[in-house]
Design a protein around this ligand. Structure first.
Ligand SMILES: [Mg+2]
Length: 153
């Protein structure tokens, strides 16, 4: 593999950092949800990401990244109700499955992860690109990956 890649230790740090950022934004996410729904999205995301941090603390520090992602996906799903728990949980599990046996994640593996997450989100959420859902972000990242990064590996 050429270029940059991240290890399971790096991935653990990324997950914790993302989780902390999401947890900090609980009130903001609730306010966004209140405009169109029942105003609990921040609570749901906090519960899910707290479960991810808790799970990462329980897991063996040497755990491979594929198992790590499946474990945190399962933890997220178990801690949250509603559609987003299933959608993000399945997306994380799909990311783990896409990394089966990989000790590092470089550009190639990351494209596999994004592709697997897009399929998982589209399937779990019954969404299509352009429906103004979380799928649009992953689909956009996939599209950029295909268009702009074709020769990284
Ligand atoms: Mg809600």
């Amino acid at each position: 593999m050429s270029g940059e890649s991240i290890t399971a230790q790096n991935l653990r740090q990324v997950l914790i950092s993302v989780a902390q950022k999401i947890i900090e934004q609980e009130s903001y996410l609730n306010s966004l949800d209140a405009a169109v729904g029942d105003g609990d999205h921040g609570i749901t995301m906090r519960l899910g990401f707290q479960a991810i941090i808790r799970k990462l603390g329980e897991l063996d520090p040497q755990i491979p990244m594929d198992i790590m992602l499946r474990e945190v996906g399962t933890a997220f799903m178990g801690a949250t109700g509603g559609a987003i728990g299933v959608i993000l949980g399945r997306a994380l599990i799909a990311a783990g499955n896409a990394l089966q046996g990989s000790s590092e994640m470089g550009a190639t593996e990351f494209r596999h992860v994004l592709g697997a997450m897009e399929v998982a989100i589209a399937t779990a959420g019954k969404a299509k690109p352009g429906d103004k859902t979380i799928l649009d972000a992953v689909h956009g990242a996939n599209r950029i990956g295909r268009v702009a990064l074709p020769n990284l590996d």
